[in-house]
Design a protein around this ligand. Structure first.
Ligand SMILES: Nc1ncnc2c1ncn2[C@@H]1O[C@H](COP(=O)(O)OP(=O)(O)O)[C@@H](O)[C@H]1O
Ligand SMILES: Nc1ccn([C@H]2C[C@H](O)[C@@H](COP(=O)(O)OP(=O)(O)O)O2)c(=O)n1
Length: 205
């Protein structure tokens, strides 16, 4: 069984997926972390993030591994754990450029499709492109202001700066962010985290 939870930036995908996965007793898979890992490594190597060939060479010679767990995903490059470095403002700024590269998307998709079922997968295109045959699909939205207020609790910037950055990323991510036609769209604005998780679990049961 595969459950997909897609949605816009900071709509609650990873928190909700973790809650749903724990209730189901399966791992969840955070696809965005692989895009973030590619971005971090590209930045650290001072690569041009618009150019795929060097980035792909880097990812090929120093493989990155996603460890999907129900409580939270971890990302490794060899013995080095990258997880804590993936949610910086610097990576936030660069990740949409890297995620627009078809070669990087293929690199991520191949890793995701190799994972053993069952799991909950979250990202932008889990229900459309990567797992179109998933049995249950969900899509989370909320206004940019609400998302910025939530994310402000995790980032050093103020709400207006975060809101502007989220809107910029929404625009850059538009291509791969359309909901699957068979996804249930949930506006998380009026709901708390548990409310979103319960909406999904009710649908699944
Ligand atoms: N429905 C909700 N109500 C209140 N806070 C939420 C809700 N959903 C998510 N959050 C909080 O918003 C922040 C962003 O959620 P996160 O799961 O990281 O989103 P995403 O994976 O879509 O970027 C987290 O601090 C999370 O706890
Ligand atoms: N399946 C996916 C997952 C993420 N992405 C892109 C789009 C996002 O800007 C970045 C980071 O994704 P992530 O889910 O970690 O980002 P947010 O937590 O929603 O801000 O990667 C994508 O293009 N396709």
């Amino acid at each position: 069984m595969i459950v997909t939870i897609d949605g816009v930036a900071a709509s609650g995908k990873s928190s909700v997926s973790s809650g749903v996965a724990q209730a189901l007793g399966v791992p969840y898979v955070s696809s965005g972390l692989l895009y973030r890992a590619a971005t971090l490594l590209g930045l650290e190597a001072s690569l041009d993030l618009h150019a795929a060939p060097h980035l792909l060479t880097l990812l090929g010679t120093h493989p990155v591994r996603l460890e999907p767990l129900a409580g939270g995903n971890r990302v490794w490059q060899g013995e080095r754990e990258l997880t804590d470095d993936l949610h910086s403002t610097r990576v936030d700024r660069g990740v949409s450029v890297v995620a627009a590269l078809p070669e990087v998307r293929e690199w991520v998709d191949a890793q995701l499709r190799a994972l053993p079922e069952p799991f909950v997968a979250e990202g932008r295109d889990m229900g459309t492109n990567v797992f179109p045959h998933a049995s249950h699909k969900f899509y989370l939205t909320a206004s940019a202001r609400i998302r910025a207020e939530r994310r402000a609790r995790e980032r050093p910037e103020d709400v207006p700066a975060i809101e502007a950055a989220l809107q910029r990323r929404d625009e850059l991510d538009t291509v791969q962010s359309a909901p699957a036609p068979d996804a249930l769209v949930i506006d998380t604005g009026p709901l708390d985290l548990q409310g979103v998780i319960d909406t999904i679990l009710t649908r699944l049961r």
